[in-house]
Design a protein around this ligand. Structure first.
Ligand code: PLP
Length: 440
């Protein structure tokens, strides 16, 4: 946190927060030393805190704000909808329009259901897969983050002390008290390791409902999966009657219809969230009509009664539709080009400063690693205490330089950003790397 500004108001807010919120926050990502940043307002790609300091926001609420803060089109759409009502237990046209638009972007989204978060989308997706196949088990990659559903939390933050063999990672529950029965229903596969993954899937082939995969898992290093790895899993699931559920909660922004289009892979189900809500809470599970029919009370396939008070909330789907329409193909291409340029320039200063670092990412996101070789799986991306200390020093420097990054040292660009903002980012990385090199 900056030492150059008066932090009295933030410190006072934190003191109050500690009395009513565990740890003083409602999400751990907001924690910072000596206290969280308290925002006053956001506009475009800038965020101003309660001390009056303005920073460029490369976190964009964990990659969910594709158009930055208070986008005028989103504000207009939501203001109109606020006047007409915010939640109904009857249907709306806007949810149909939002679903139609998403299907235009990706023909594989034959049917979809809107929910309230990425977590919920993944949870409903897993249950749809179980309901369709009649099988209980799921597979997920070691270290992958798919939100807060018990099964999907397994081995989310394994450590060298408990992660076991690289070819057969241990199943490590995230939260104390997680039922062992839930942990036992999960196969944890080694990301990007075809032989290891297929061998583990083979062992449970008659029990597996689905493989859940993120094509560029942020926690595993934001490194795109090898196309051959994804093709092998698609092939295996098709041959063994299991479903492939791709988590595009973050990666949907990478291509017009999601990162899956770049891979040429057709999953049975796709989980969406973040960006498709235009800055409001949302999730969606989309996929093959035959599979999604397990949710359809009018279908003979109906086996999954599903409901949700705020599902397809008109504010979220309205803002989401507006955000998506504005994030058209030229906008996707422009943002991806901006990110590519930033990556090239950061790689250049890595070479020039001689720091041991690398950059991963694709689409409009990237992540800087203080590791000479870009990690390809969770274990390679894992930070030792010494590496973590250096990363925290770099993040502190960036913050002082008025740059907000995701706390893994990742950036998610937003459409209001320009080359000028990238210049500022690159200059801050340059001085940050120089400091680290001088520290030794
Ligand atoms: C890849 C991925 N899946 C799922 C989720 C969960 O989404 P939410 O936080 O909306 O529940 C996240 C959130 O960061 C995510 O990054």
């Amino acid at each position: 946190m900056s030492t150059h500004v008066d932090v009295t108001r933030s410190a006072a807010l934190y003191e109050r927060a500690l009395r009513v919120l565990p740890g003083g926050v409602s999400r751990n990502a907001a924690l910072n030393d000596p206290h969280p940043l308290y925002v006053d307002r956001g506009e475009g790609c800038r965020l101003t805190d309660v001390e009056g300091v303005t920073r460029i926001d490369f976190a964009n609420n964990m990659a969910s704000l594709i158009h930055g803060h208070a986008d005028p089109d989103m504000v207009h759409m939501v203001t109109e909808q606020l006047r007409r009502g915010t939640a109904f237990n009857v249907a709306t046209e806007i949810e149909i329009r939002c679903a139609e638009h998403l299907r235009l972007r990706n023909a594989g989204f034959e049917k979809m259901r809107f929910v309230n978060s990425g977590t919920e989308a993944l949870m409903v997706g897993v249950k749809v897969a179980r309901a369709f196949t009649g099988r209980p088990m799921i597979a997920k990659a070691e270290g992958a983050y798919h939100g807060g559903y018990d099964y999907l939390e397994v081995s989310q933050v394994s450590t060298p002390a408990n992660w076991g063999s690289p070819d057969e990672p241990n199943r490590v529950p995230l939260v104390r008290g997680t039922p062992q029965s839930a942990v036992d229903e999960v196969v944890v596969v080694p990301f990007n390791n075809i032989d290891g993954t297929i061998a583990l899937l083979d062992r449970v082939k008659d029990k597996l409902a689905c493989v859940v995969m993120d094509l560029m898992p942020h926690r595993i290093g934001l490194n795109p999966a090898d196309p051959a790895y994804i093709a092998a899993i698609r092939d295996w699931t098709t041959r063994h009657g299991a479903l492939l559920l791709i988590d595009e909660v973050i990666t949907f922004r990478a291509c017009y219809g999601g990162l899956q289009q770049q891979y040429g892979v057709s999953p049975d189900l796709t989980a969406l969230g973040k960006m498709i809500g235009g800055g409001f809470p949302i999730g969606a599970i989309a996929g093959r009509a035959e599979v999604m029919d397990v949710l359809n009370p009018r279908s003979p396939r109906y086996v999954f009664p599903h409901s949700g008070t705020f599902s397809a909330n008109p504010i979220s789907v309205g803002a989401g539709l507006s955000a998506m329409e504005k994030f058209d193909r030229p906008a996707v291409d422009r943002l991806n080009a901006l990110a590519r340029g930033a990556i090239t320039r950061i790689e250049e200063i890595i070479r020039k400063t001689g720091i041991s670092a690398s950059v991963t990412g694709s689409g409009s996101m990237f992540r800087v690693h203080l590791k000479a070789t870009a990690p390809r799986n969770y274990r390679e991306a894992y930070l030792s205490p010494a590496e973590n200390k250096r990363l925290q020093a770099l993040l502190g420097h960036m913050f002082d330089e008025r740059i907000i990054l995701i706390n893994s040292c990742s950036a998610a660009l937003s459409t209001p950003m320009t080359e000028h903002d990238i210049d500022t980012l690159v200059a801050a990385f340059r001085t940050g790397f120089e400091k680290l090199v001088a520290m030794g």
